[in-house]
Write a protein that binds this ligand. Sequence first.
Ligand code: GDG
Length: 461
Amino acid sequence: MRRLVIASNRVAEPGCQPSGGLAVCILDALRKRGGLWFGWNGEVIADDAPTSVTSRKYDDLTLVTMPLTESDYKEYYLGFSNAALWPVHHYRLDLARFTQESSEGYRRVNDRFAEELAPLLKASDLVWVHDYHLVPLGAGLRTRGVRNAIGFFYHIPFPPPDVLVAMPEHEWLTSALVEYDLVGFQTKTDQANFCRFVCDFMGGEMAAPDVLRVSGKTLMASVFPVGIDVDSFIAMARSPEAAKRIQRVHRAGEPRVHIIGVDRLDYTKGLPDRLRSFKRLLEIYPQNCKAVTLMQIAPPTREDVQAYADIRHELEALSGEINGQFGDFDWTPVRYIHRNVPRETLAALYRGSQIGLVTPLRDGMNLVAKEYVAAQNEDNPGVLILSRFAGASEDLQEALIVNPYDADEVAHAMQRAIAMPREERIERHRALMARLRERDACSWMEGFLRALDACSLPLAA
Ligand code: GDG
């Protein structure tokens, strides 16, 4: 079996409990195959400090990490990655900030990563690069003579060509992208946007389904929807500790219906729109007053980027407004928690909530939707309300699919979920669970690696 080399912006610590099914799966695969995980260690050091690489071995797994300097952090991470690429890829040109400085920082860090990673590679390694921070890493490895099969996975959406071309660096970025042997996407829409860009703007052509020919090269562009580690989530949600947590939240006299939202506090997640929809629920269906509570968990993220500070203020104002207008001494309509909550608590909160409200304005996949489904009691499951703009909606069609921009539509969906008979909830949940199992975290990983393996030259016997 070929050794697996993973490069991602951040590297998870094998000692600590990884925060997502994805990290668990990557670590698992790396341990099984033996492998190397390369990326930023999360540290930010002074500009004049040496940026040395640290290598640590855990049996067959090697973690190779390096810090970022203050300028790297500002220009590569906060700047180009999170204030330019992230909004553009989520169709938010209005929030994108392009500066010469940040694009240079992005090139510099990717170049440094390529310089450090290239000498660590063996000829037979499979190299898998993750996400928008590291688009040019593959091209950087190629210029350093690396001929291995290199794959790239886009965790976020790939925008339509008309949106992408508004980004000053789009030609450079896409010419780096086609240096990969395999580019993976979450959905057919993302894949189609990419293929359309390559054909209409780069003079490429579709040589076969999923196969592109451009600038004398051939590459695969395929769909691999990310999944979750279903069984570990079920186990967490069914544990006796989870049952105790649910009981604590559902104290006697508390509302009958609990709605839950869990999202990093990011403008792509549609949180203000979600609160406005909840407000509409209380206005259109006043019988829900004192009977329904929305718990929104929104841990802080990228707070040094202005757009994130703005969304926080908007959300605090909106939840205050709703609680002020509708709340009573014995009922708080919105419970807003701006903190990171332990994963086990999340699983319990999902299970104890009759509605999972997942309404991003644009999302690559959205794992919360899948976690909510996995955590439900199959004999009396809750209802998932899911935005049509989350990648997960391509698969999870048995959810109540909504347009998150239409507050009334989402309010009606909440009312429908509140009134939904148990048999219908069970039927929908069963179908959703089957899809979750069909496409879980490990099958995502294995599917991508199989396709990447097929791009490699045969191993010598
Ligand atoms: C990107 C793409 C794509 C959230 N709050 C807490 C917490 N979480 C966990 C959730 C879930 C994860 O974070 C969030 O995953 P999402 O998929 O919803 O969103 P992004 O972070 O934007 O991820 C996305 C994903 O990559 C994978 O490819 O699906 O579209 O944007 O697992 O449970 N976990 C804990 N405390 C919290 O407060 N412990």
